[in-house]
Design a protein around this ligand. Structure first.
Ligand code: SAM
Length: 287
């Protein structure tokens, strides 16, 4: 029989190697293991395969976004969703010493580390299971957490995030974006190689969100995206930056990172491909 060359087989193979490993039901176990492996370190909560200088670069960007979005130094109530070891709560506490900040995470070990590192309370609970009487907050922080949820839990999580905001409260959300996916994986090559080379026991890879998926999800649940920040230059230079980070000492690569950081600050509002996008979201149409 003549084989039909419709390239479906090729697309399947390509897709299998390009997909950012969709949700699997060992999410909690994988995070518990990862938190124990890396403890209080950027590799635990950012890119585990990236050199330190790249993780430091992303950490600086996340910190800048969070500190810019959190306004006021009065008595603020903040919830850090998927808090990890407290990476982003710590600079908030430094900026607003009397802040009432709480963390939640599915990993018991991260909750323990969060309490140790911040001296604030934290609870083991998934964002999708947040109880209605958990209280309301001026700000909710949710950085690279929704990416690990399947569609059903994602809807529950979006509803919970919005319903736990005070009337004028804001959600600060950072998630991967598909527009930068090809840069992140060096056009699929990175994922392909990782799956074959890496004998890693921690598989916590999540998804990246396509075009306006986040906006649609939150709009549907009654929220509104007020503004967005992107990382176009970091995305473009991620390959060279990673290579440089592997080959050269941190001190030599840092000035390059600072330059890219500066360019991203200039270009971050433009609709350019970006491996992550930061969103400021209001809880209701009037927020
Ligand atoms: C990539 S790390 C980011 C941690 C922290 N937000 C940060 O940026 O430093 C993802 C975190 O989300 C937590 N997590 C994963 N699924 C979750 C869920 N359904 N509910 C709450 N936390 C979750 C993980 O345990 C992990 O601490």
């Amino acid at each position: 029989m003549k084989r039909s060359w419709n390239f479906e087989w090729f697309k399947t193979i390509l897709q299998r190697n390009l997909t950012l490993n969709p949700f699997n039901d060992s999410n909690q176990t994988a995070w518990e293991r990862r938190s124990k492996l890396y403890g209080t370190s950027l590799k635990g909560v950012l890119f585990k395969g990236a050199p330190d200088v790249v993780n430091e670069h992303f950490h600086d960007w996340h910190k800048k976004i969070v500190l810019e979005f959190v306004e006021g130094t009065g008595e603020l109530r903040i919830l850090d969703v998927g808090c990890g070891y407290g990476r982003l709560s710590i600079p908030i506490i430094e900026k607003v010493p009397n802040v009432d900040i709480t963390g939640i995470d599915i990993s018991e070990n991260y909750v323990r580390l969060y309490k140790e590192n911040t001296s604030h309370s934290a609870f083991v609970v998934g964002v999708e299971d947040l109880p209605p009487d958990f209280g309301t907050f001026d700000y909710i922080l949710c950085v690279t957490v929704l990416m690990y949820l399947d569609d059903e839990n994602l809807k529950k999580a979006v509803f919970n995030l919005l319903s736990h905001l005070k009337p004028k409260g804001k959600l600060i959300l950072i998630e991967p974006h598909f527009s930068g996916y090809y840069f992140q994986t060096v056009f699929g090559l990175g994922t392909f190689l990782m799956k074959r080379i890496q004998k890693d026991i921690v598989d916590t890879q999540g998804r990246s969100f396509r075009s306006d998926k986040i906006e649609q999800l939150f709009h549907h649940a009654g929220g509104r995206v007020l503004c967005k920040w992107r990382l176009p230059m970091t995305s473009l230079f991620l390959g060279p930056l990673t290579l440089a980070g592997k080959l050269f000492p941190m001190g030599a690569v840092r000035p390059f990172c600072k330059f890219i950081f500066f360019l991203d600050a200039l270009l971050g509002k433009l609709k350019l491909p970006s491996i992550q996008v930061a969103y400021l979201i209001a809880g209701d149409e009037k927020g």
